[in-house]
Design a protein around this ligand. Structure first.
Ligand code: PAF
Length: 281
């Protein structure tokens, strides 16, 4: 029977018993509004651990845009039904006072990994992510924690954070889950109008098309193709599209500059900010 827990104290008490029984603890941090992308993380967590903890908390410190925070979908009851069906053991659903009894004034420095792309366009975002994920890791002390690769840069930041804080947790990155038409699953997709929802798969489609001829074109030509194709659609506005070394997240100018190359994109579809990425090699 799945248990819903609101306090850190109760979560720690439950997990202490599991640890005494030598049970491995897996953790999936979320902001709720769960979709199959989240459930794929939960499935993996259930499979690879004895106990699966999922947190549902819309973290205010990682929102640089107040409107985005206010309109972020909140669907705890439906989330719990999905989590119970997926075999989750504990849902940790604290309120803001529980996670931030006092303002968190910590300033993290992950160097260029967190200052490019999302870091450059959403000031303070990754600092807020590091604040909440470090608090959640402290509360849960998981053996493994599961993150989706849609937030490609977030995974790199979390890895850097756990190294910096010497947290003994294994970070498991899981593949992007997509709708049948290719659109990357996201809690923000529900905010798309019917017309925008119809157009949004163009993002994934354009990235995929670009990967077919990338090797014969220059990095710049691929960037121009992707941004040009998407910006030509009147519902889309590319905020950035960068082709980076997948390990350092620094831009490359030539395909030979890195062995692992990823294209990361952020597009406004109407007012909704969508992100996606593709591995070129
Ligand atoms: O990816 C998310 O949903 C959030 O950034 C996370 C990791 C749950 C932290 O609030």
């Amino acid at each position: 029977m799945m248990k819903i827990i609101n306090s850190i104290k109760e979560l720690k008490a439950c997990l202490a018993k599991n640890r005494l029984d030598k049970q491995q603890i897996g953790f999936v941090p979320t902001m709720g509004a769960l979709h199959q992308g989240h459930i794929s993380l939960v499935d993996r967590c259930v499979k690879e651990n004895d106990i699966c903890v999922v947190s549902v908390f819309v973290n205010p410190t990682q929102f640089n845009d107040k409107k985005d925070l206010d309109t972020y979908p909140r669907t705890l009851e439906a989330d719990c039904a999905l989590l119970e069906a997926a075999g989750c053991d504990y849902v940790f659903a604290p309120d803001a006072a529980e996670m931030y009894p006092e303002p968190d004034t910590r300033e993290f420095d992950f160097g260029t990994i967190s200052s490019v792309m999302e870091g450059a366009h959403r000031p303070g975002h990754f600092n807020g992510v590091a604040q909440i994920v470090s608090k959640l890791f402290d509360a849960t002390e998981p053996d493994r924690a599961y993150f989706g690769e849609k937030d490609f840069q977030q995974v790199a930041v979390i890895r850097a954070m756990t190294e910096q804080l010497q947290m003994p947790v294994q970070i498991v990155a899981c593949p992007i889950m997509r709708e049948a038409d290719g659109l990357a699953m996201s809690s923000r997709n529900v905010r798309l109008t019917a017309n925008q929802r119809q157009k949004a798969p163009l993002i994934a489609h354009t990235l995929k098309e670009s990967s077919k001829f990338a090797a014969e074109k220059s990095v710049k030509e691929v960037i121009d193709y992707v941004t040009g194709t998407l910006n030509a659609d009147d519902t889309m506005r590319v905020e950035y599209f960068e082709i980076v070394d997948g390990n350092t997240l620094q831009r490359i100018s030539d395909w030979a500059d890195a062995d692992y190359v990823v294209g990361c994109i952020t597009v406004y579809c109407g007012e909704v900010r969508l992100i996606d990425n593709i591995t070129y090699k």
